[in-house]
Ligand binder design. Structure first.
Ligand code: NAP
Ligand code: ZN
Length: 369
């Protein structure tokens, strides 16, 4: 069996893991820039835990708290300029996927400022600053991937990746996720589910990815049952911890296998219609399962047999957690999106023929007026 799995992140989880492992920070340097969002890192206690931990081991820091959802290239450059002028030796991302992805971009741009086109081309040969990641949502798994998704100056969500962008260490204290709203609890859980399912079915998968993907999916199905039944998503700490671990498993699975068409086709829904990332991808999940039942029937059978469920129960659980997405697209709007799906890396990872024509017909089916 041929496998190739590389995800060099020290993963530390559990209640108060930041305070208990402060020495990890001093190993990364003497000065750091904290990169985070506007409110939630303060609200959930992660920021003060990190500040206390840094102070306890004598690491000096500054805080950049201007990261927005779907972070822009400009925001990352602004933060990188601060990191450079203060002489930061590492970058600490605190938050959901947006601040964590921004932290990776900042770590690179601080060392080597470059225009957006060069950044997304991946054609740079720079050793970024090291990154530490403290997760506050249970979804993206960005803590354990080498990928950063940033919004280009043209308003398009684009990714870049490099082995040097894996965070050196990530901290997962699920207590921080207790303050997540019902909306983001569901959408981030759906994002993690997409990661697991997409990584499971991609051509690029292997048995290690599938092991993470199946374990993650099993936990997420159990949790999505609870979130579907509970209007306000009041979950116990134990359940929050399960969700958080599942998001890490999904992240580990995509870190090697990558994502598939639900992610590639979800980006425009966040860019143009303000749909949260997880919902934007999950809207295609039912179609993705049907697609794989057709194009990878044995894998699909093994997937459902391993989980002890079937496509109807799976789809019903996704739909119960997915709000109505009121997006309608004209033929012209779909044609405008189509070039993005030409020779698209994520579409190419699917079995069968997930090409531009396929993407256009799926958009017509789901969103066509
Ligand atoms: P997010 O955009 O980081 O955050 C969404 C919202 O949730 C923000 O308003 C944020 O507040 C709030 N929030 C975060 N943690 C909270 C907490 N503990 N309590 C209360 N509110 C909280 O959401 P996300 O879904 O985690 O990240 C999505 C981004 O990740 C997308 O840009 C997506 O493309 C990217 N992504 C990256 C990868 C990867 O491998 N790199 C994988 C999948 C997705 P604040 O604004 O105050 O922080
Ligand atoms: Zn995602």
């Amino acid at each position: 069996m041929e496998m190739n799995f590389f995800a060099p992140v020290r993963i530390i989880t559990g209640k108060e893991c930041v305070a208990k492992n402060a020495a990890e920070f001093s190993a990364l340097g003497k000065k750091c820039l904290i990169v985070t969002g506007k409110n939630s890192a303060r609200k959930c206690g992660a920021l003060s835990d990190v500040q206390n931990a840094l102070e306890s081991v004598g690491v000096a820091y500054e805080i950049f708290d201007g990261v927005e959802q779907n972070p822009s290239y400009k925001t990352c450059m602004d933060a990188a300029n601060i990191a450079r002028s203060m002489g930061a030796e590492f970058v600490m991302g605190i938050g959901g996927g947006s601040p964590l992805d921004a932290a990776k971009a900042v770590a690179l741009l601080a060392v080597c400022p470059m225009d957006a086109e060069t950044l997304f081309s991946g054609k740079w040969d720079t050793q970024p600053l090291r990154v530490a990641a403290v997760g506050t949502t249970a979804g993206t798994g960005s803590e354990v991937t080498s990928v950063s998704v940033i919004t280009s100056p043209e308003g398009l969500k684009k990714s870049f990746r490099a082995p040097s962008l894996y965070p050196a260490v990530c901290f997962g204290d699920a207590s921080y996720t207790l303050s997540l709203s019902a909306q983001f609890t569901r959408s981030t859980a759906l994002d993690a589910l997409c990661h697991c399912v997409e990584a499971y079915f991609n051509r690029t998968t292997n048995d290690i990815c599938r092991t993470f993907a199946l374990r993650g999916t099993a936990i997420l199905l159990e949790m999505l049952k609870k979130t579907a039944e509970c209007e306000n998503c009041v979950l116990s700490f134990d359940d929050r911890e399960k969700l958080y671990c599942a998001s890490l498993y999904g992240g580990l699975a995509i870190s090697v296998a990558g994502t598939a068409f639900p992610h590639a086709m979800g980006y425009f829904l966040s860019e143009n219609h303000g749909i949260p990332h997880g919902n934007a991808c999950a809207v295609y999940l039912g179609e993705f399962i049907e697609y794989n039942i057709k194009n990878a029937p044995e894998d699909a059978k093994e997937f459902f047999d391993s989980l002890g469920t079937d496509k109807e129960s799976f789809a019903s659980l996704v739909n119960k957690n997915l709000p109505q997405i009121n997006v309608k697209l004209t033929g012209m709007e779909i044609e405008k999106l189509a070039p993005r799906f030409e020779n698209n890396k994520s579409l190419n990872k699917c079995y069968g023929k997930a090409d531009r024509e396929f993407a256009v017909s799926l958009l017509e089916k789901i969103f066509g007026v």
